[in-house]
Design a protein around this ligand. Structure first.
Ligand code: COA
Length: 387
């Protein structure tokens, strides 16, 4: 029987082959590795090679979804990122071509720091309610890069999550209630002329916790679920320790007993990928669904989305019967297992990605493990192709 429930029908992610272990980074900087493994709760940082960017990561993440359902019914592609490659053209148009998608499709890019994929999800759900035959492909893709030798260096990462939103939510139905909060602050931002963000990490974490309380309050006022009737919680995770602090904060606000089992599965993937900005919350959702050792059917999941600057949203959904049949657990675990560690010098080489700005021709060495790669940049045009 068709589900006829609005929400997530398919979920897929992609990470590149290379990572730097935070033990290697700690050794290089002469600090205790426990600061990273326990203090910020991270183990690895995924690094793109020079022939990978948000376009190739996004295409890799979405490919298994297109393989499974085709693109005939997808009339909207929303690309959520804060590491776009062009101020004007939407990165999703390149992805649309690489995936051979139906030309009868609208494509757009959205930005609001780490929050934009959530705006995309809510807009997609609203659109599908209006046009139940439509499916929307959302791709959240980012490369999180901070200055070398800065405190943010340990919280880098990259990755892409693709979600198919439809009226046949095979994985997670979305509740219509959500709690919202916006405030104009400068906790993390990146002016157009900068490659790395400016960030006050400690201030940002405080505003994040305040935004959690504010959006939770609004969620309650809008008629959301009680804290005790939510089984699992997924938080935006720039680093997993912030999720631990967030959950403790929310439990305390509700006078409830803290149960970290509600969040631990949702941190497993993020710990070994690093921050992938707007994809991070949805990587945590996939991590929850794929690492839980019990059947989550019928369980309520609470999701907290935060994008510096700042916009926050607390919303929820319900895990659907038979959801395991629609996960890509084996594929995802293989992507994470089959990776290669970088030395600090090799990491530095990837960090310093060439960035031709005068129209000169540049062709990166083939290094991406996936199907799609940036083949060249010439006359200010980026050329992508299959490997
Ligand atoms: N063993 C265990 N824990 C240790 C440790 C050790 N040897 N050394 C330090 N720690 C703990 C500290 O006590 C601290 O814990 P606390 O947060 O509970 O106080 C934690 O590790 C971090 O140490 P700290 O010295 O405060 O870190 P830092 O100055 O290096 O900065 C971040 C850490 C996360 C603030 C920084 O990496 C950052 O700004 N990242 C960017 C965050 C971001 O992207 N924000 C915006 C989007 S939400």
């Amino acid at each position: 029987m068709t589900n006829m429930t609005i929400g997530i029908e398919k979920l897929s992610f992609y990470v590149p082959k290379h990572y730097i272990s935070l033990t290697t980074m700690a050794e290089h900087h002469g600090i205790d590795p426990a600061k990273f493994s326990r203090g910020i709760g991270q183990d690895k940082i995924a690094m793109p090679s020079h022939d990978e960017d948000v376009v190739t990561l996004a295409a890799e993440a979405a490919q298994p979804i297109i393989d499974a359902v085709g693109s005939d019914d997808i009339d909207t592609l929303i690309f959520a990122t804060e590491t776009g490659i062009d101020h004007s053209k939407a990165a999703g148009i390149y992805v649309h071509r690489l995936l051979g998608m139906n030309p009868r499709c609208r494509v757009v890019e959205m930005k609001q720091a780490c929050y934009s994929a959530t705006a995309a999800l809510q807009m997609a759900a609203g659109y599908v309610a209006r046009k139940p035959s439509a499916k929307v492909l959302i791709i959240a893709a980012d490369v999180s890069r901070y200055d070398l030798d800065s405190s943010g260096e340990a919280t880098q990462g990259c990755g892409a999550v693709a979600m198919l939103v439809s009226n046949d939510a095979k994985i997670l139905s979305l509740d219509t209630v959500s709690g919202l909060f916006t405030e104009d602050i400068m906790d993390f931002w990146r002016p157009n002329y900068r490659k790395t963000p400016l960030v006050d990490g400690k201030y940002s974490a405080l505003r994040y916790l305040n935004a959690l309380a504010e959006s939770w309050t609004d969620y309650q006022q809008q008629g959301g679920r009680d804290f005790t009737s939510i089984d699992r919680f997924c938080y935006h995770l720039p680093f997993s320790r912030l999720g631990v602090k967030a959950h403790s904060h929310l439990a305390k606000l509700n006078g409830a007993k803290l149960d970290n089992v509600q969040i631990t599965d949702g941190m497993a993937y993020n710990r070994v990928v690093g921050n992938c900005y707007t994809a991070s919350l949805y990587l945590s959702l996939i991590s929850t669904l794929e690492n839980a050792d019990q059947d989550l059917t019928g369980q309520a999941v609470g999701l907290f989305s935060y994008g510096s600057g700042a916009v926050a949203e607390f919303f929820s959904g319900v895990v659907q019967e038979g959801y395991q049949d629609h996960l890509m657990t084996t594929h995802h675990q293989k992507l994470l297992d089959d990776r290669a560690a970088l030395s600090y010098d090799a990491y530095l080489n990837l960090w310093h990605a060439p960035d031709p700005q005068n129209g000169e021709a540049y062709a990166p060495e083939p290094a991406a493990r996936g199907r799609y790669r940036l083949v060249s940049i010439d006359e200010h045009k980026r050329h992508y192709d299959t490997a």
